[in-house]
Design a protein around this ligand. Structure first.
Ligand code: GAL
Length: 642
């Protein structure tokens, strides 16, 4: 570890069974020795609450702590997180462990942070046990106060689901094949799943904080553009610093997806330093096909995380194990041992990170963009319901498509949760943001009225936060802001021969999966692109993209799914119409340029990453500090980045 420049280790995450081998035996000796050994080598410890996996004896003596699946069957013990967060028995055991750890290590100088749980909710987010049912009833009562309010919120008159009291509230257990869950109930059950785990985390945190009040708490989030396990916008307020586990998406979106996830992380960090708690040196072992990172990507990915605002770069895992479920997962020291390319790269990275730290990187933060792409966990959950206009549309795909299309046009956007300060940006994108609550509606209206530049897409503002449709034509609560009225949708696909599976636009782009039927355009709006289609489709000449004047601001509406490519092609006109400046023409697209700076401007770092698979040649000022995958030509002041 010394050779690799490691200075922090997250420890004992799955070690409850070693710390408490039987109900009445505690063994801290091994942990004392490891912490001491690390500390003496100058390595600090992010010590786990160790509650992620309970010991088998606990499941044996208290099988009631096991969660139940939606069929009501208890989940079997033997993996991770096989416990129900609403089980009072489990909580008691877990809090006892937390207190014991706090008593033993609270004043240990080498323990500098608490690592609570591990990826809360990954395996036990949906629990259909009676404990969960009881907790859900209480949660509903706290939220709605009266059963009438809950009936109204869930629209229970439809399909005769009216409840007489909170004792009749159900969790969405299996109701027979092809049964549809009440969407209001589903959305609340998702929120409840988040809240019960957050409450569990808080109880663990508070148990430790009572004994050890002065050390920071974190827990590793799973922020990535294909995951929405928890509503991390709610969790961010409850930790002292956020940290994230990010695993790369192989293929052409690799770098962009990483940057987009980190853009959200940097917003969740609320201006405080944040950690990449886990990423991989190369392949993982949990996908059907586990591709390796190509040479140089280990370093490139770590530097990209750093560029996007992270202040610590950690890997899962130090040594690749010989046995167990993750033996094929890459690590810092691979099976081949230290005489390996991976370990040499890890050491080089360690040296580079030290160099950047010496140059003052840690005093800097990601320089904020002028464009915010809004992201919303609850909109994602709402679009995951099975009774929607199409199963092809989910919220998350759109923030990523916009992030990439903006990058294609020379703009690295921030990704900001819906409850975050997106209205402080020069321009804002609402990408398939299905839920617009009254509060968000108010913010959107004020933002544009006061001069904001807004992009809105199809599938935005269909419902409020009870999942009730905003009536009168879509997007109901901001129809006048965008200046269009949509009466129907046209989902597309090739499931049936001869069905419409795409629509061409007259700006040369193509819509797939979804188009709005825009039936009127306000006098204050104009059409920027129209559909160009066969007569039988009813779409020929219909508006597809519009721009509206509203108050002192402008709102562009994109009424079809154009994907990254179509958006990238449509954006130059829209950016110009909305008055958003981008970088020079020749600097667009191939390179992701990210900057970090401190408040004084004294420390300022520029990071350049190649987004393509071809070599990109860029101008460089001054002497590059670190150059992974790049050959610097000092006389010409250029760098060729692979
Ligand atoms: C994470 C988890 C780690 C390890 C890793 C493998 O989800 O926190 O313990 O399993 O994935 O990629």
């Amino acid at each position: 570890m010394g050779q690799a420049g490691v200075n922090t280790v997250a420890l004992a995450i799955f070690s409850w069974d070693r710390i408490q081998p039987t109900e009445d035996r505690w063994d801290f000796g091994w942990l004392d020795r490891i912490i001491d050994k690390l500390g003496n080598a100058g390595i600090v410890v992010d010590l786990a609450s160790a509650t992620a996996t309970a010991p088998l004896w606990l499941y044996e003596s208290h099988p009631e702590v096991l969660p139940r699946d939606k069929y009501g069957h208890p989940v079997n013990a033997g993996s991770r997180q096989s416990w129900s967060p609403t089980s009072p028995v489990f909580k008691e055991y877990a809090l006892t462990l937390c207190r014991k750890l706090a008593e033993r290590y609270g004043t240990n100088p080498y323990v500098t942070a608490w690592h609570m749980g591990n990826e809360y909710g990954w395996n036990n987010r949906y629990d259909y046990s009676d404990n969960a049912l009881n907790a859900f009833r209480l949660w509903c009562e706290r939220k709605y106060g009266t059963i009438g309010a809950l009936n109204q919120a869930w629209g229970t008159t439809f399909w005769g689901q009216e409840m007489n009291s909170f004792d009749e509230v159900l969790i969405p257990r299996f109701m027979g094949a092809d049964s549809m869950v009440n969407p209001g109930q589903k959305l609340d059950f998702e929120r409840f799943g988040n809240d019960m785990l957050l409450d569990f985390y808080k109880a663990e945190r508070d148990a430790i904080a009572e004994i050890c009040p002065d050390k920071p708490f974190t827990t590793n989030f799973m922020v990535s553009t294909d995951q929405c396990v928890m509503n991390y916008a709610k969790w961010a307020d409850e930790v002292d610093f956020v940290s994230n586990d990010h695993y790369f998406h192989e293929g052409e979106s690799h770098l962009d997806e990483l940057a987009c996830s980190d853009a959200l992380m940097d917003s969740l960090a609320l201006g405080k330093p944040w950690y990449v708690m886990e990423h991989s040196t190369s392949a993982v072992q949990w996908k059907p096909l586990n591709t390796r990172k190509r040479a140089g990507e280990l370093m490139r990915d770590s530097l990209a995380h750093l560029a996007m605002g992270s202040d610590a770069i950690c890997y899962f895992q130090w040594r690749q194990s010989k046995a167990g479920a993750e033996k094929w997962h890459s690590s810092m020291v691979p099976h081949a041992g230290p005489d390996s390319q991976i370990f040499r790269d890890v050491c080089e990275l360690g040296a580079d990170l030290n160099k950047l730290a010496d140059e003052g990187l840690l005093s800097t933060k990601l320089v904020k963009s002028k464009v915010a792409v809004v992201f919303d966990y609850e909109s994602q959950w709402a679009t995951e319901h099975t009774a929607t206009p199409t199963q092809e549309v989910r919220h998350w795909t759109e923030p990523l498509a916009w992030f990439r299309a903006l990058a294609d046009n020379g703009l690295t956007a921030d990704v900001v949760p819906v409850r975050g300060p997106w209205d402080e940006y020069e321009a804002v994108v609402l990408p398939s943001l299905t839920i617009l609550s009254e509060e968000t509606t108010r913010r959107v209206r004020e933002y544009v009225a006061n001069g904001g530049k807004l992009f809105v897409t199809y599938y935005t503002g269909l419902v409020d936060d009870k999942d009730h449709v905003w009536l009168g034509g879509y997007p109901g609560s901001i129809r006048d802001v965008v200046g269009v009225r949509v009466e129907e949708f046209a989902p597309m696909g090739n499931d049936f021969p001869g069905a419409m599976d795409h629509l061409d636009l007259d700006n040369g782009t193509v819509a797939h999966d979804f188009a709005d039927v825009i039936t009127s355009v306000a006098d204050t709006a104009h059409v920027v692109a129209s559909f160009k289609a066969d007569k039988w489709t009813g779409f020929d000449g219909a508006p597809a993209i519009t721009v509206n004047d509203f108050g002192d601001g402008k709102a562009a509406y994109v009424g079809a799914r154009l994907g990254r490519e179509g958006l990238a092609k449509s954006l130059p006109v829209l950016l110009e119409e909305l008055g958003i400046e981008t970088s020079a023409e020749d600097d667009r697209g191939e390179v992701l340029r990210v900057e970090r700076a401190d408040e004084t401007g004294e420390n300022h770092f520029v990071f350049l990453f190649n987004r393509t698979h071809d070599v990109a040649v860029v101008d460089v000022e001054g002497e590059p500090l670190v150059a992974s995958l790049a050959q610097v030509n000092e006389s010409e002041r250029t760098a060729a980045i692979q």
